[in-house]
Design a protein around this ligand. Structure first.
Ligand SMILES: NC(=O)c1ccc[n+]([C@@H]2O[C@H](COP(=O)([O-])OP(=O)(O)OC[C@H]3O[C@@H](n4cnc5c(N)ncnc54)[C@H](OP(=O)(O)O)[C@@H]3O)[C@@H](O)[C@H]2O)c1
Length: 278
């Protein structure tokens, strides 16, 4: 096993000798990505990032109309194939259907971005079991079983791949602003699941990493940010002194999905304006 790994490391090194352009390092042409939660916010930007780098992309969420509009815009703008699939990824049957349609209509997925997530608020002493379970189902269970499906197919076919989980700075520490027990617990789970899957699937050439965003205005966060004092508090907790832009996640996605990220696995890449640096 070890000898095989060394040979493959030498081969990878040899390939890198010929990587002399940005195109070689960052191009995703010939790859097929799947982004969940692509009907708004950061998911839209993750999908665009893959398309900018040349990948064909499957975009999934429940709101089909939004996906259709985004798919048409991406085809026009980036000239890649885009397949919108309406799916509630907390349902096993929808996850099945999502993967089988993606494979049948675009081809084998080799980049999975587990982005869909919810952040219900509520006092820990009163939060209902239903809310707790809904956050875990979307933020932790869905990424696990989508990753399992994608990885099992790659392993069976001897193909390498990339999995990128969108976790959160609140997977690392508690929220100073909101009462978010199901969210912080599920994102902490997702962060450590990233490391575990990275270790288990490294022998198959499947790199598993996470991106940990800080405060970024989206549908999920705008309401809370509009409440008196919240935005100022978030800005003051962020060394760069401002909230992020959804587009600022693009570079991290391309890096982790491309050849540039070949030797990166089990990492949690902060895109948080320094929020977790102090
Ligand atoms: N914005 C931030 O400040 C921030 C910071 C740290 C981490 N994050 C993480 O980044 C990710 C994206 O968040 P966002 O801020 O972009 O939120 P958002 O705009 O609310 O987007 C959430 C996405 O998830 C989809 N979704 C929700 N339930 C779903 C389900 N059952 N099945 C399939 N898709 C579902 C939604 O689409 P439909 O409603 O159409 O299904 C939507 O596209 C989340 O994992 C979040 O925790 C965000």
């Amino acid at each position: 096993m070890r000898a095989a790994r060394w040979r493959s490391a030498r081969k990878i090194a040899a390939d890198f000798m010929n990587m002399n352009s940005l195109q070689d390092l960052f191009s995703l042409r010939g790859h097929i990505g799947l982004v969940t939660g692509a009907s708004s916010g950061l998911g839209v930007e993750c999908a665009k990032a893959l398309a900018i780098a040349g990948a064909d992309v499957v975009i999934a969420a429940r709101r089909a109309d939004r996906l259709e509009t985004l798919a048409a815009a991406m085809r026009r703008e980036y000239g890649v194939r885009v397949l919108p699939v309406a799916a509630d990824i907390t349902a096993e049957s929808d996850r099945e259907q999502l993967i089988s349609r993606a494979v049948a209509e675009l081809g084998e997925i080799d980049i999975l971005v587990n982005n869909a997530g919810i952040a219900p608020t509520g006092r820990a002493e009163r939060i209902s079991r239903e809310i707790w379970e809904s956050a875990l189902a979307l933020n932790l269970t869905a990424p696990m079983f989508l990753s399992q499906k994608v990885a099992a197919r790659l392993i069976e076919r001897g193909k390498p791949g990339r999995i990128i989980n969108i976790t959160s700075v609140l997977g690392q520490a508690a929220s100073a602003v909101y009462r978010l027990s199901p969210y912080t617990a599920s994102k902490a789970g997702l962060s450590n699941l990233t490391r575990q899957l990275a270790v288990e699937w490294a022998p198959y050439g499947i790199n598993v990493n996470a991106i940990s965003p800080g405060w970024i205005p989206t549908e999920a966060t705008e309401g809370g940010m509009a409440k008196p004092g919240n935005r100022e508090k978030m800005e003051s907790l962020t060394p760069l002194g401002r909230l992020g832009l959804p587009e600022e996640i693009r570079g991290a996605v391309i890096f982790l999905a491309s050849a540039a990220g070949n030797y990166v696995t089990g990492s949690i890449l902060s895109v948080d304006g320094g929020y977790t640096a102090w």
